[in-house]
Design a protein around this ligand. Structure first.
Ligand code: ADP
Ligand code: 5SP
Length: 481
Protein backbone atom coordinates (compact mmCIF):
# COMPACT_ATOMS: atom_id res chain seq x y z
CA UNK A 1 0.00 0.00 0.00
CA UNK A 2 1.40 3.43 -0.97
CA UNK A 3 2.22 6.02 1.68
CA UNK A 4 -0.49 8.47 2.73
CA UNK A 5 -0.42 11.94 1.10
CA UNK A 6 -1.73 13.78 4.12
CA UNK A 7 -2.21 13.33 7.84
CA UNK A 8 -4.17 10.28 8.97
CA UNK A 9 -7.49 10.61 10.76
CA UNK A 10 -9.70 7.99 12.40
CA UNK A 11 -13.49 7.81 12.11
CA UNK A 12 -15.48 5.52 14.39
CA UNK A 13 -19.05 4.23 13.99
CA UNK A 14 -20.30 2.72 17.24
CA UNK A 15 -23.75 1.56 16.10
CA UNK A 16 -26.21 -0.89 17.56
CA UNK A 17 -24.68 -4.13 16.35
CA UNK A 18 -20.98 -3.32 16.06
CA UNK A 19 -18.19 -0.77 16.18
CA UNK A 20 -16.31 0.01 12.98
CA UNK A 21 -13.14 2.09 12.70
CA UNK A 22 -11.53 3.52 9.59
CA UNK A 23 -8.09 5.10 9.29
CA UNK A 24 -8.36 7.61 6.46
CA UNK A 25 -5.85 9.73 4.55
CA UNK A 26 -7.21 13.23 5.19
CA UNK A 27 -5.93 14.53 1.84
CA UNK A 28 -7.54 11.97 -0.43
CA UNK A 29 -10.16 10.12 1.62
CA UNK A 30 -8.40 6.83 0.92
CA UNK A 31 -9.16 4.22 3.60
CA UNK A 32 -5.76 3.08 4.81
CA UNK A 33 -6.95 0.52 7.39
CA UNK A 34 -10.21 -0.68 8.88
CA UNK A 35 -11.53 -2.83 11.73
CA UNK A 36 -14.84 -4.02 13.13
CA UNK A 37 -15.98 -5.79 16.31
CA UNK A 38 -19.51 -6.78 17.41
CA UNK A 39 -21.58 -5.87 20.49
CA UNK A 40 -24.47 -7.73 22.04
CA UNK A 41 -27.92 -6.29 22.73
CA UNK A 42 -30.24 -7.87 25.28
CA UNK A 43 -33.38 -9.60 24.03
CA UNK A 44 -36.76 -9.95 25.76
CA UNK A 45 -38.73 -6.97 26.97
CA UNK A 46 -35.95 -4.33 26.79
CA UNK A 47 -32.93 -3.51 24.64
CA UNK A 48 -29.78 -2.87 26.66
CA UNK A 49 -26.00 -3.00 26.10
CA UNK A 50 -23.10 -2.63 28.52
CA UNK A 51 -21.20 0.53 27.40
CA UNK A 52 -17.92 -1.16 28.36
CA UNK A 53 -18.55 -3.53 25.43
CA UNK A 54 -18.53 -0.54 23.07
CA UNK A 55 -15.15 0.50 24.43
CA UNK A 56 -13.76 -3.04 24.10
CA UNK A 57 -15.12 -3.23 20.54
CA UNK A 58 -13.56 0.15 19.73
CA UNK A 59 -10.17 -1.05 21.02
CA UNK A 60 -10.49 -4.30 19.04
CA UNK A 61 -11.50 -2.47 15.83
CA UNK A 62 -8.49 -0.15 16.25
CA UNK A 63 -6.20 -3.09 16.99
CA UNK A 64 -7.25 -4.52 13.62
CA UNK A 65 -6.20 -1.20 12.02
CA UNK A 66 -2.62 -1.80 13.21
CA UNK A 67 0.00 0.94 13.58
CA UNK A 68 -1.93 3.36 11.35
CA UNK A 69 -4.33 4.17 14.21
CA UNK A 70 -1.41 5.27 16.43
CA UNK A 71 -0.18 7.59 13.67
CA UNK A 72 -3.54 9.41 13.46
CA UNK A 73 -3.51 13.15 14.12
CA UNK A 74 -7.23 13.34 14.95
CA UNK A 75 -10.15 11.05 15.77
CA UNK A 76 -13.91 11.38 15.98
CA UNK A 77 -16.65 9.05 17.24
CA UNK A 78 -20.12 8.67 15.71
CA UNK A 79 -22.54 6.62 17.79
CA UNK A 80 -26.06 5.19 17.88
CA UNK A 81 -28.39 7.99 19.01
CA UNK A 82 -30.47 8.41 22.17
CA UNK A 83 -29.02 5.63 24.41
CA UNK A 84 -29.08 6.49 28.12
CA UNK A 85 -25.65 5.89 29.70
CA UNK A 86 -25.60 6.38 33.47
CA UNK A 87 -22.19 6.65 35.17
CA UNK A 88 -21.29 6.52 38.87
CA UNK A 89 -18.76 8.65 40.77
CA UNK A 90 -15.90 6.58 39.33
CA UNK A 91 -17.14 6.95 35.75
CA UNK A 92 -18.31 3.31 35.66
CA UNK A 93 -21.75 2.39 34.23
CA UNK A 94 -24.38 2.18 36.98
CA UNK A 95 -26.30 -0.32 34.83
CA UNK A 96 -26.39 -1.27 31.13
CA UNK A 97 -27.37 1.52 28.72
CA UNK A 98 -31.03 1.71 27.66
CA UNK A 99 -30.93 1.77 23.85
CA UNK A 100 -32.91 3.73 21.21
CA UNK A 101 -34.95 0.63 20.28
CA UNK A 102 -36.08 -0.15 23.85
CA UNK A 103 -39.82 0.62 23.84
CA UNK A 104 -40.44 0.10 27.57
CA UNK A 105 -40.53 3.88 28.04
CA UNK A 106 -43.55 4.35 25.72
CA UNK A 107 -45.88 5.14 28.69
CA UNK A 108 -43.38 7.75 29.95
CA UNK A 109 -43.23 9.26 26.43
CA UNK A 110 -47.01 9.62 26.37
CA UNK A 111 -47.12 11.00 29.92
CA UNK A 112 -44.33 13.54 29.41
CA UNK A 113 -45.96 14.79 26.22
CA UNK A 114 -49.23 15.37 28.06
CA UNK A 115 -47.71 16.80 31.26
CA UNK A 116 -45.65 19.47 29.51
CA UNK A 117 -48.01 21.25 27.15
CA UNK A 118 -48.69 18.56 24.53
CA UNK A 119 -47.14 17.62 21.20
CA UNK A 120 -47.04 21.19 19.85
CA UNK A 121 -45.08 22.43 22.91
CA UNK A 122 -42.49 19.66 22.54
CA UNK A 123 -42.13 20.07 18.78
CA UNK A 124 -41.59 23.82 19.10
CA UNK A 125 -39.33 23.57 22.13
CA UNK A 126 -37.11 20.60 21.30
CA UNK A 127 -37.86 20.01 17.59
CA UNK A 128 -39.47 16.64 18.34
CA UNK A 129 -42.40 15.02 20.11
CA UNK A 130 -40.69 12.46 22.35
CA UNK A 131 -41.18 8.81 21.34
CA UNK A 132 -39.91 5.90 23.45
CA UNK A 133 -36.50 6.20 21.72
CA UNK A 134 -35.74 9.60 23.23
CA UNK A 135 -33.33 9.74 26.17
CA UNK A 136 -35.67 11.86 28.32
CA UNK A 137 -38.29 9.08 28.31
CA UNK A 138 -35.63 6.53 29.33
CA UNK A 139 -34.54 8.71 32.25
CA UNK A 140 -38.20 8.98 33.35
CA UNK A 141 -38.55 5.18 33.03
CA UNK A 142 -35.43 4.64 35.13
CA UNK A 143 -36.63 7.06 37.82
CA UNK A 144 -39.88 5.11 38.05
CA UNK A 145 -38.50 1.56 37.90
CA UNK A 146 -34.98 1.81 39.37
CA UNK A 147 -34.80 4.89 41.63
CA UNK A 148 -31.64 3.48 43.26
CA UNK A 149 -29.90 3.58 39.84
CA UNK A 150 -30.93 7.22 39.41
CA UNK A 151 -29.58 8.04 42.90
CA UNK A 152 -26.23 6.42 42.05
CA UNK A 153 -25.92 8.34 38.76
CA UNK A 154 -23.32 11.13 38.80
CA UNK A 155 -23.10 11.66 35.02
CA UNK A 156 -25.51 11.10 32.13
CA UNK A 157 -24.07 10.47 28.67
CA UNK A 158 -25.04 9.39 25.15
CA UNK A 159 -23.13 6.48 23.53
CA UNK A 160 -20.76 8.70 21.53
CA UNK A 161 -20.14 10.92 24.61
CA UNK A 162 -19.18 7.86 26.65
CA UNK A 163 -16.50 6.78 24.16
CA UNK A 164 -15.23 10.32 23.59
CA UNK A 165 -14.89 10.82 27.35
CA UNK A 166 -12.89 7.62 27.72
CA UNK A 167 -10.43 9.11 25.22
CA UNK A 168 -10.22 12.67 26.57
CA UNK A 169 -11.25 12.37 30.22
CA UNK A 170 -13.78 15.19 29.66
CA UNK A 171 -17.57 15.02 29.48
CA UNK A 172 -18.60 16.46 26.10
CA UNK A 173 -21.33 16.03 23.50
CA UNK A 174 -22.41 17.86 20.32
CA UNK A 175 -25.58 19.58 19.08
CA UNK A 176 -26.49 16.72 16.70
CA UNK A 177 -26.68 14.04 19.36
CA UNK A 178 -27.92 16.42 22.11
CA UNK A 179 -30.92 17.17 19.88
CA UNK A 180 -32.08 13.55 20.26
CA UNK A 181 -32.25 13.64 24.05
CA UNK A 182 -35.53 15.53 24.48
CA UNK A 183 -33.84 17.91 26.97
CA UNK A 184 -32.06 20.14 24.42
CA UNK A 185 -34.02 23.18 23.22
CA UNK A 186 -33.60 23.61 19.47
CA UNK A 187 -34.59 27.31 19.53
CA UNK A 188 -31.94 28.36 22.06
CA UNK A 189 -29.48 25.51 21.34
CA UNK A 190 -28.98 24.78 25.02
CA UNK A 191 -30.22 22.42 27.71
CA UNK A 192 -33.87 23.01 28.60
CA UNK A 193 -34.01 23.63 32.34
CA UNK A 194 -37.79 23.35 32.55
CA UNK A 195 -37.81 19.89 30.99
CA UNK A 196 -34.82 18.78 33.07
CA UNK A 197 -36.48 19.99 36.28
CA UNK A 198 -39.68 18.19 35.31
CA UNK A 199 -37.86 14.84 35.04
CA UNK A 200 -35.61 15.52 38.03
CA UNK A 201 -32.32 15.56 36.15
CA UNK A 202 -29.65 17.95 37.44
CA UNK A 203 -28.05 19.80 34.44
CA UNK A 204 -24.70 19.46 36.22
CA UNK A 205 -24.78 15.73 35.33
CA UNK A 206 -24.84 16.51 31.61
CA UNK A 207 -21.85 16.93 29.28
CA UNK A 208 -20.70 20.23 27.79
CA UNK A 209 -22.04 20.77 24.25
CA UNK A 210 -19.02 21.33 22.01
CA UNK A 211 -19.57 23.62 18.99
CA UNK A 212 -19.14 22.30 15.42
CA UNK A 213 -15.47 22.58 14.47
CA UNK A 214 -14.33 22.95 18.08
CA UNK A 215 -11.90 20.40 19.53
CA UNK A 216 -13.53 18.26 22.25
CA UNK A 217 -10.15 17.48 23.83
CA UNK A 218 -6.98 15.49 23.26
CA UNK A 219 -6.25 11.84 23.95
CA UNK A 220 -5.14 11.64 27.56
CA UNK A 221 -1.94 10.22 28.92
CA UNK A 222 -2.64 6.58 29.60
CA UNK A 223 -0.84 3.44 28.53
CA UNK A 224 -3.98 1.49 27.63
CA UNK A 225 -5.44 3.85 25.02
CA UNK A 226 -5.54 2.93 21.34
CA UNK A 227 -4.16 6.35 20.24
CA UNK A 228 -1.05 8.36 20.92
CA UNK A 229 -1.25 10.94 23.70
CA UNK A 230 -2.24 14.36 22.39
CA UNK A 231 -4.20 13.12 19.35
CA UNK A 232 -6.97 15.67 18.70
CA UNK A 233 -10.50 14.49 19.45
CA UNK A 234 -13.33 16.06 17.40
CA UNK A 235 -16.83 16.58 18.86
CA UNK A 236 -18.27 13.37 17.37
CA UNK A 237 -22.04 13.09 16.84
CA UNK A 238 -24.98 10.72 16.41
CA UNK A 239 -24.68 8.11 13.69
CA UNK A 240 -27.26 9.64 11.34
CA UNK A 241 -25.70 13.11 11.59
CA UNK A 242 -22.30 11.50 10.99
CA UNK A 243 -23.57 9.74 7.84
CA UNK A 244 -24.98 13.07 6.59
CA UNK A 245 -21.47 14.53 7.02
CA UNK A 246 -19.95 11.43 5.42
CA UNK A 247 -22.07 11.87 2.30
CA UNK A 248 -21.45 15.62 2.21
CA UNK A 249 -25.14 16.05 1.37
CA UNK A 250 -26.49 19.47 0.52
CA UNK A 251 -29.91 20.60 1.80
CA UNK A 252 -32.87 18.78 0.29
CA UNK A 253 -31.03 15.63 -0.85
CA UNK A 254 -32.91 12.61 0.53
CA UNK A 255 -31.04 9.81 2.32
CA UNK A 256 -32.39 6.41 3.35
CA UNK A 257 -30.31 4.28 5.73
CA UNK A 258 -31.04 0.56 6.11
CA UNK A 259 -29.44 -0.89 9.25
CA UNK A 260 -30.76 -2.08 12.60
CA UNK A 261 -32.89 1.06 12.32
CA UNK A 262 -34.30 2.34 9.08
CA UNK A 263 -34.04 6.11 8.68
CA UNK A 264 -34.99 8.72 6.10
CA UNK A 265 -33.64 12.23 6.41
CA UNK A 266 -32.34 15.33 4.65
CA UNK A 267 -30.28 18.33 5.71
CA UNK A 268 -32.45 21.45 6.01
CA UNK A 269 -31.76 25.10 6.77
CA UNK A 270 -35.13 25.42 8.50
CA UNK A 271 -35.51 24.35 12.13
CA UNK A 272 -38.05 21.49 12.06
CA UNK A 273 -41.04 21.26 14.43
CA UNK A 274 -43.50 18.52 13.43
CA UNK A 275 -46.30 18.26 16.03
CA UNK A 276 -47.48 14.94 14.52
CA UNK A 277 -44.26 13.41 15.89
CA UNK A 278 -43.43 11.53 12.66
CA UNK A 279 -40.42 13.74 11.94
CA UNK A 280 -37.79 14.20 14.63
CA UNK A 281 -36.32 17.70 14.39
CA UNK A 282 -32.68 16.85 14.98
CA UNK A 283 -29.80 19.27 14.60
CA UNK A 284 -27.05 18.21 12.23
CA UNK A 285 -23.37 18.29 13.22
CA UNK A 286 -22.59 21.52 11.30
CA UNK A 287 -25.14 24.19 12.19
CA UNK A 288 -28.08 23.14 10.01
CA UNK A 289 -30.92 20.73 10.80
CA UNK A 290 -31.61 17.08 10.13
CA UNK A 291 -35.35 16.30 9.99
CA UNK A 292 -35.48 12.51 10.25
CA UNK A 293 -37.93 9.63 10.60
CA UNK A 294 -36.80 6.32 12.06
CA UNK A 295 -38.20 2.79 12.13
CA UNK A 296 -37.27 0.16 14.70
CA UNK A 297 -37.69 -2.75 12.27
CA UNK A 298 -35.40 -2.81 9.29
CA UNK A 299 -32.62 -5.26 8.35
CA UNK A 300 -32.84 -7.39 11.50
CA UNK A 301 -36.61 -7.84 11.16
CA UNK A 302 -36.43 -8.81 7.48
CA UNK A 303 -33.47 -11.13 8.11
CA UNK A 304 -35.48 -12.73 10.91
CA UNK A 305 -38.38 -13.43 8.52
CA UNK A 306 -35.92 -14.94 6.02
CA UNK A 307 -34.51 -17.18 8.77
CA UNK A 308 -38.00 -18.28 9.87
CA UNK A 309 -38.78 -19.19 6.26
CA UNK A 310 -35.42 -20.96 5.84
CA UNK A 311 -34.54 -18.64 2.93
CA UNK A 312 -31.51 -16.63 1.91
CA UNK A 313 -32.28 -12.91 2.32
CA UNK A 314 -32.18 -12.45 -1.46
CA UNK A 315 -34.64 -15.29 -2.24
CA UNK A 316 -37.64 -13.00 -2.81
CA UNK A 317 -40.38 -13.78 -5.35
CA UNK A 318 -42.65 -11.20 -6.98
CA UNK A 319 -46.41 -11.19 -7.31
CA UNK A 320 -47.35 -11.15 -3.67
CA UNK A 321 -50.81 -10.07 -2.46
CA UNK A 322 -49.74 -10.78 1.10
CA UNK A 323 -49.16 -7.93 3.55
CA UNK A 324 -46.55 -8.38 6.26
CA UNK A 325 -46.10 -5.59 8.79
CA UNK A 326 -42.68 -6.56 10.25
CA UNK A 327 -43.12 -4.79 13.61
CA UNK A 328 -41.20 -7.43 15.57
CA UNK A 329 -39.75 -4.85 18.01
CA UNK A 330 -42.84 -2.65 18.33
CA UNK A 331 -42.63 0.37 16.00
CA UNK A 332 -41.76 4.05 16.10
CA UNK A 333 -42.81 5.08 12.54
CA UNK A 334 -45.75 4.67 12.59
CA UNK A 335 -45.88 5.23 16.33
CA UNK A 336 -47.01 1.77 17.53
CA UNK A 337 -44.66 0.83 20.39
CA UNK A 338 -46.87 -2.12 21.45
CA UNK A 339 -47.22 -3.60 17.97
CA UNK A 340 -45.93 -7.01 16.92
CA UNK A 341 -45.60 -8.49 13.42
CA UNK A 342 -48.82 -8.95 11.45
CA UNK A 343 -49.54 -11.07 8.37
CA UNK A 344 -52.62 -10.65 6.17
CA UNK A 345 -53.77 -12.23 2.92
CA UNK A 346 -52.12 -15.65 3.19
CA UNK A 347 -53.42 -18.19 0.58
CA UNK A 348 -52.65 -21.84 -0.36
CA UNK A 349 -50.61 -20.67 -3.32
CA UNK A 350 -48.55 -18.05 -1.44
CA UNK A 351 -44.86 -18.97 -1.67
CA UNK A 352 -42.17 -18.48 0.97
CA UNK A 353 -40.35 -16.09 -1.40
CA UNK A 354 -43.49 -13.96 -1.69
CA UNK A 355 -43.78 -13.81 2.09
CA UNK A 356 -40.19 -12.61 2.28
CA UNK A 357 -40.88 -9.95 -0.35
CA UNK A 358 -43.87 -8.84 1.73
CA UNK A 359 -41.53 -8.29 4.71
CA UNK A 360 -39.27 -6.03 2.60
CA UNK A 361 -42.34 -4.18 1.28
CA UNK A 362 -43.67 -3.63 4.82
CA UNK A 363 -40.34 -2.30 6.12
CA UNK A 364 -39.82 0.06 3.17
CA UNK A 365 -43.45 1.28 3.22
CA UNK A 366 -42.99 2.66 6.76
CA UNK A 367 -39.93 4.67 5.69
CA UNK A 368 -41.39 5.98 2.44
CA UNK A 369 -44.50 7.15 4.24
CA UNK A 370 -42.28 9.64 6.07
CA UNK A 371 -39.97 10.61 3.19
CA UNK A 372 -42.05 13.52 1.87
CA UNK A 373 -42.40 14.84 5.43
CA UNK A 374 -38.64 15.12 6.00
CA UNK A 375 -38.16 16.98 2.71
CA UNK A 376 -38.97 20.67 2.77
CA UNK A 377 -40.45 22.62 -0.14
CA UNK A 378 -37.00 23.43 -1.57
CA UNK A 379 -36.13 19.76 -2.06
CA UNK A 380 -35.76 18.51 -5.63
CA UNK A 381 -38.43 15.78 -6.08
CA UNK A 382 -36.41 14.07 -8.83
CA UNK A 383 -33.12 13.91 -6.86
CA UNK A 384 -31.90 10.32 -6.45
CA UNK A 385 -32.49 8.79 -3.06
CA UNK A 386 -29.09 7.98 -1.51
CA UNK A 387 -29.26 4.45 -0.10
CA UNK A 388 -26.78 3.60 2.67
CA UNK A 389 -26.32 1.25 5.66
CA UNK A 390 -25.69 -2.51 5.63
CA UNK A 391 -29.00 -3.24 3.85
CA UNK A 392 -28.07 -1.01 0.90
CA UNK A 393 -25.66 -3.77 -0.22
CA UNK A 394 -28.62 -6.13 -0.80
CA UNK A 395 -30.32 -6.41 -4.20
CA UNK A 396 -33.73 -7.16 -2.66
CA UNK A 397 -33.52 -3.98 -0.57
CA UNK A 398 -32.39 -1.88 -3.54
CA UNK A 399 -35.14 -3.17 -5.82
CA UNK A 400 -37.86 -2.82 -3.18
CA UNK A 401 -36.90 0.81 -2.48
CA UNK A 402 -36.76 1.52 -6.22
CA UNK A 403 -40.20 -0.03 -6.93
CA UNK A 404 -42.00 1.49 -3.94
CA UNK A 405 -40.41 4.97 -4.15
CA UNK A 406 -40.60 5.49 -7.91
CA UNK A 407 -37.37 7.51 -7.55
CA UNK A 408 -33.89 6.96 -8.93
CA UNK A 409 -31.77 5.30 -6.24
CA UNK A 410 -28.05 5.97 -5.82
CA UNK A 411 -25.95 3.44 -3.90
CA UNK A 412 -22.61 4.93 -2.80
CA UNK A 413 -19.70 2.56 -3.24
CA UNK A 414 -18.22 3.67 0.10
CA UNK A 415 -19.58 1.27 2.69
CA UNK A 416 -19.03 2.93 6.04
CA UNK A 417 -20.55 6.37 5.71
CA UNK A 418 -20.97 6.95 9.45
CA UNK A 419 -17.28 6.22 10.09
CA UNK A 420 -16.31 8.27 7.02
CA UNK A 421 -18.38 11.18 8.33
CA UNK A 422 -16.63 10.95 11.68
CA UNK A 423 -13.29 10.85 9.83
CA UNK A 424 -14.30 13.96 7.84
CA UNK A 425 -15.15 15.69 11.13
CA UNK A 426 -11.74 14.72 12.51
CA UNK A 427 -10.11 16.10 9.33
CA UNK A 428 -12.15 19.29 9.80
CA UNK A 429 -10.72 19.97 13.26
CA UNK A 430 -7.21 19.53 11.85
CA UNK A 431 -7.58 21.80 8.82
CA UNK A 432 -10.45 24.11 9.78
CA UNK A 433 -12.46 22.87 6.78
CA UNK A 434 -16.21 22.19 6.77
CA UNK A 435 -16.49 18.38 7.23
CA UNK A 436 -19.21 18.11 4.56
CA UNK A 437 -16.85 19.85 2.10
CA UNK A 438 -14.12 17.37 3.13
CA UNK A 439 -16.48 14.46 2.31
CA UNK A 440 -17.36 16.01 -1.06
CA UNK A 441 -13.65 16.39 -1.80
CA UNK A 442 -13.28 12.69 -0.92
CA UNK A 443 -16.17 11.91 -3.34
CA UNK A 444 -17.77 9.56 -0.80
CA UNK A 445 -21.26 9.58 -2.36
CA UNK A 446 -20.07 8.29 -5.73
CA UNK A 447 -21.80 5.12 -6.86
CA UNK A 448 -24.19 3.68 -9.43
CA UNK A 449 -27.61 5.28 -9.94
CA UNK A 450 -30.50 2.88 -10.55
CA UNK A 451 -33.04 4.57 -12.82
CA UNK A 452 -36.51 5.34 -11.55
CA UNK A 453 -39.24 2.78 -12.28
CA UNK A 454 -42.99 3.33 -12.08
CA UNK A 455 -44.10 3.49 -8.45
CA UNK A 456 -46.03 0.40 -7.29
CA UNK A 457 -49.08 2.30 -6.01
CA UNK A 458 -51.14 -0.86 -5.64
CA UNK A 459 -48.79 -2.36 -3.06
CA UNK A 460 -48.48 0.93 -1.17
CA UNK A 461 -52.28 1.29 -1.01
CA UNK A 462 -52.75 -2.33 0.10
CA UNK A 463 -50.25 -1.95 2.96
CA UNK A 464 -51.75 1.39 4.04
CA UNK A 465 -55.21 -0.24 4.07
CA UNK A 466 -54.09 -3.14 6.29
CA UNK A 467 -52.29 -0.73 8.64
CA UNK A 468 -55.41 1.34 9.05
CA UNK A 469 -57.83 -1.60 9.39
CA UNK A 470 -55.57 -3.38 11.89
CA UNK A 471 -55.03 -0.31 14.10
CA UNK A 472 -56.70 -1.72 17.26
CA UNK A 473 -54.69 -4.96 17.00
CA UNK A 474 -51.43 -3.08 16.46
CA UNK A 475 -52.01 -0.93 19.51
CA UNK A 476 -52.69 -3.93 21.77
CA UNK A 477 -49.70 -5.13 23.83
CA UNK A 478 -48.75 -8.81 23.44
CA UNK A 479 -47.68 -10.98 26.39
CA UNK A 480 -43.95 -10.43 25.97
CA UNK A 481 -44.05 -6.61 25.88
N1 ADP B 1 -25.21 -7.80 1.53
C1 ADP B 1 -26.21 -7.48 2.35
N2 ADP B 1 -27.48 -7.53 1.94
C2 ADP B 1 -28.51 -7.20 2.74
N3 ADP B 1 -28.35 -6.83 4.02
C3 ADP B 1 -27.11 -6.78 4.50
C4 ADP B 1 -25.98 -7.08 3.72
N4 ADP B 1 -24.87 -6.94 4.48
C5 ADP B 1 -25.31 -6.55 5.70
N5 ADP B 1 -26.65 -6.47 5.72
C6 ADP B 1 -27.51 -6.07 6.83
O1 ADP B 1 -26.99 -4.92 7.40
C7 ADP B 1 -27.25 -4.89 8.79
C8 ADP B 1 -26.15 -4.12 9.48
O2 ADP B 1 -26.16 -2.83 8.96
P1 ADP B 1 -25.43 -1.64 9.69
O3 ADP B 1 -25.78 -0.41 8.91
O4 ADP B 1 -24.00 -1.98 9.84
O5 ADP B 1 -26.17 -1.71 11.09
P2 ADP B 1 -26.00 -0.86 12.42
O6 ADP B 1 -25.29 0.38 11.99
O7 ADP B 1 -27.39 -0.63 12.85
O8 ADP B 1 -25.24 -1.66 13.43
C9 ADP B 1 -27.37 -6.33 9.24
O9 ADP B 1 -28.54 -6.45 10.05
C10 ADP B 1 -27.55 -7.11 7.93
O10 ADP B 1 -28.83 -7.68 7.88
O1 5SP C 1 -32.77 6.10 16.88
C1 5SP C 1 -32.24 6.30 15.80
C2 5SP C 1 -32.44 7.60 15.09
O2 5SP C 1 -33.32 8.46 15.75
C3 5SP C 1 -31.37 5.24 15.20
O3 5SP C 1 -31.06 5.51 13.85
C4 5SP C 1 -30.14 5.00 16.05
O4 5SP C 1 -29.24 6.08 15.88
C5 5SP C 1 -29.50 3.65 15.78
O5 5SP C 1 -28.85 3.57 14.57
P1 5SP C 1 -28.26 2.25 13.87
O6 5SP C 1 -27.50 1.48 14.87
O7 5SP C 1 -29.40 1.49 13.28
O8 5SP C 1 -27.36 2.81 12.79
Amino acid sequence: MSAAEGPLVVGVDSSTQSTKALVVDASTGRVVASGQAPHTVSSGAGRESDPRQWWDALCEALRQCGDAAHEAAAVSVGGQQHGLVTLDDRGEPVRPALLWNDVRSAPQARRLTEELGGAKFWAERTGSVPAASFTVTKWAWLAEHEPEAVRATKAVRLPHDYLTERLTGQGTTDRGDASGTGWWASGTEGYDEEILAHVGLDPALLPRVVRPGEVAGTVRDSHDLPFSKGTLVAPGTGDNAAAALGLGVRPGVPVMSLGTSGTVYAVSQRRPADPSGTVAGFADARGDWLPLACTLNCTLAVDRVATLLGLDREAVEPGTAVTLLPFLDGERTPNLPNASGLLHGLRHDTTAGQLLQAAYDGAVHSLLGALDLVLDEDADPSAPLLLIGGGARGTAWQQTVRRLSGRPVQVPEAKELVALGAAAQAAGVLTGEDPAAVARRWNTAAGPVLDAVERDEETLARIAGVLSDAAPLLERPTDTH
